[in-house]
Design a protein around this ligand. Structure first.
Ligand code: ADP
Length: 506
């Protein structure tokens, strides 16, 4: 009698079933031998070929959209607001005389007319009429020729005067904020719907500093795309030390990175509950966008980035050194909570992008798109949407590698790799003993269930936290809040020098 052995191995590609004879026909996604097509977020159907029905999103389309005046993206539920609305759930009407999609236009209504926040149409009051309520009505309700003549004359003269002033350079300081702001928004909106909708109109202008108040000092970090210098910023209350970050190459990618970083930091700092003294996101002092050289002005972190900092500690390392640095992980878990609240994904959470202040507080930094090439060996070029992007593959979640999806849960995956970096005092992550990997090879490795190995002397409980961050399904990864709790608990039981808040680690 023949005996059938049921092997739990995978079937050949696009096959499933006990005998691997059934065809899956999955679209875009992997076929599992037993479960068939495993749909990504926002897709459903036996072949994962159908978008989530309107009003639902997420894996299995089980989550309800919260967008009030807009449409919800099926993958992560983020809202694409209709004209006249903004905010992460599109519940806020445009304010300050702005209207249209992403509140990007300025109302032109005159003479106390009210302006529609949706389409900018004007509701005239009193004796005014016309599209912009700038024409006076006669007794019979028709515009008065006598009134029109000076207005038309004035309107014709105005641009000429403005042009002359502009050419003479007298208008350089009143270049409309809106031009730069709108351009930046247009650049960003392709990649960051939530971010652009969360920004309050006038965001860039409110943070603009004058170039003459920035005194540049030494170079403290330089890469292919930008450089960071220490500097001094003159303010009304005196001068403060800062770090000035700029882009070196004026291409579309670095331009977008510059504005993404500025926009995220502004969104974080303008959030109503933001407390700059307690935040674990690097402090922003301002931006310079109206000079030839653009700058983002940040607090200066004298101990530099966490990766270098960890590596420096190796020579004095004891059995407990790694554990004392868990405090930094707690700080970054708090930074992720803040980003989650604003529905912003960092996309490159890694030790090299964490700064350490004089008081041993870790702060999340470097919010440009994932293009950090300081550690070139970790990055590979992957063609996507016709352009070549540099990706930190070994820090990336499965869904980011496979589908290009970045969410707060994919940041949690990268946070797991950051924990691994702390536990190994700044080693370079390796899979299958290979330091250099392309995206497709790494996807294969991760899909086989392989994960980074437990670093030497790493506590089992800590490794279990890392593993939970690297779960295939983003929905079942821990939240930043629970990570903070679990890491605080581990510190309490593992760190012999544990003291509560205001800790000193070195
Ligand atoms: P890029 O986006 O070009 O990679 P980063 O923000 O990563 O630039 O900065 C590069 C390096 O400069 C960092 O690794 C860090 O050593 C240093 N650096 C950046 N910002 C600061 C800061 N605010 N204070 C001190 N050093 C900084």
């Amino acid at each position: 009698m023949a005996t059938t052995f049921l092997l739990n191995a995978s079937c050949p590609e696009d096959r499933k079933g006990r005998q691997c004879t059934e065809v899956c026909g999955c679209e875009r996604v992997r076929c599992d031998r037993w479960a068939g097509c495993i749909c990504g977020e926002g897709w459903t159907g036996s072949r994962c070929h159908t978008r989530c029905p309107t009003g639902t999103y997420g894996r299995g389309c089980t989550r309800q959209c919260t967008c009030q005046h807009g449409v919800c993206r099926p993958s992560d539920g983020s809202c694409n607001c209709r004209a006249g609305w903004y905010g992460s759930d599109c519940s806020r009407p445009c304010v300050n005389g702005r209207y249209g999609r992403r509140c990007q236009y300025t109302c032109a209504c005159r003479h106390n007319a009210s302006c529609s926040h949706v389409d900018g149409s004007c509701q005239c009051v009193g004796a005014w009429t016309g599209r912009y309520c700038d024409i006076m009505k006669g007794d019979d309700g028709e515009p008065l020729v006598e009134t029109l003549v000076p207005i038309v004359f004035f309107l014709l003269l105005c641009p000429v005067v403005l042009l002359v002033l502009y050419k003479k350079g007298w208008l350089c300081c009143v270049t409309p904020d809106n031009i730069e702001e709108t351009q930046a928004l247009l650049e960003l909106q392709h990649v960051e719907q939530d971010l652009t909708q969360g920004l309050q109109p006038g965001w860039l202008g409110r943070w603009e500093k004058k170039a003459k108040n920035l005194q540049l000092g030494n170079l403290i970090g330089a890469g292919m795309f930008g450089e960071v210098r220490n500097a001094e910023l003159r303010r009304t209350r005196g001068t403060i030390p800062v770090a000035a970050k700029t882009v070196r190459v004026e291409d579309a990618q670095s331009y977008r990175d510059f504005y993404r970083e500025a926009a995220i930091l502004i969104a974080v700092h303008e959030e109503k509950d933001h407390d700059v003294r307690r935040s674990n996101i690097v402090q922003l002092f301002g931006v310079i966008t109206k000079a030839d050289q653009k700058y983002i002005i940040l607090e200066y972190a004298p101990k530099g980035d966490l990766l270098c900092f960890l590596r420096q500690q190796r020579k004095h390392a004891t059995a407990h050194t790694q554990v004392t640095f868990l405090l930094y992980a707690v700080h970054i878990a708090r930074a992720l909570q803040k980003l989650q609240k604003l529905r912003i994904a960092h996309r490159d959470v890694a030790a090299r992008n964490v700064l350490v202040t004089q008081d041993n507080v870790a702060k999340l930094a470097d919010f440009g798109l994932a293009r950090d090439v300081y550690a070139t060996t970790q990055y590979v070029s992957t063609p996507r949407q016709g352009e070549c992007v540099l990706l930190p593959v070994k820090w990336m979640a499965l869904e980011s590698l496979e589908l290009g999806e970045y969410t707060c849960q994919s940041d949690v995956w990268s946070f797991g790799v950051l924990l691994w970096e702390i536990a190994s005092l700044g080693d370079e992550p390796r899979y299958d003993d290979r330091a250099r990997l392309t995206g497709p090879v790494l996807i294969g490795i991760l899909r086989r269930g392989v994960r980074l190995k437990k670093p030497t002397r790493c506590d089992d409980g800590l490794y279990a936290v890392m593993r939970s961050c690297w779960r295939d399904d983003p929905e079942v990864r821990p939240t930043p809040e629970s990570l903070e709790r679990r890491l605080e608990h581990l510190r309490q039981i593992l760190d012999p020098n544990f003291i509560t808040e205001m800790e000193t680690v070195v």
